[in-house]
Write a protein that binds this ligand. Sequence first.
Ligand SMILES: Nc1nc2c([nH]c(=O)n2[C@H]2C[C@H](O)[C@@H](COP(=O)(O)OP(=O)(O)OP(=O)(O)O)O2)c(=O)[nH]1
Length: 150
Amino acid sequence: MSERIVVVGAALVDDGRLLAARRSAPVELAGRWELPGGKVEPGETADAALVRELREELGVDAEADGRVPGEWPLKSPYVLQVWTARLRPGSAAPEPLEDHDELRWLRPGEIWDVNWLDQDVPAVRQTLAHLGAAEGLTSSGPGAEEVPGA
Ligand SMILES: Nc1nc2c([nH]c(=O)n2[C@H]2C[C@H](O)[C@@H](COP(=O)(O)OP(=O)(O)OP(=O)(O)O)O2)c(=O)[nH]1
């Protein structure tokens, strides 16, 4: 059985901050934080799915920039791919319309303050490495000591 369904997660960046979303369902994921997004539908491209999911879940008009290299296994048959994204000019601010009950814009030093889904931790780490040069968004990882003033 080789069916594989891609879930796209958005690394939505604005003003040097990364958006994290707290899931409200299903019960086994509720309360944990993720990159907003969802399943790519048959015949849909990943970047189109990302734009659609961000509109449905957050009410924003966003565009995908490019894919973060890598792929992370979720509960079979799902795999997580991450795309960087940004709000288009004139977009509404994101709101937790569907699937989430809280949103946070995280500054670099705050990335590991939220309780990410376990399977998202390596994806977020890789995303930060990818974004680091372009956006100045870097942070060592969960459990790392924060260096005051660094
Ligand atoms: N969107 C998203 N889903 C994730 C992440 N990490 C993770 O394990 N998942 C899981 C949760 C779900 O089991 C699955 C994606 O489901 P979803 O509920 O976001 O997708 P969807 O909007 O297309 O769902 P639906 O139409 O079937 O309700 O992937 C993540 O960072 N972002």
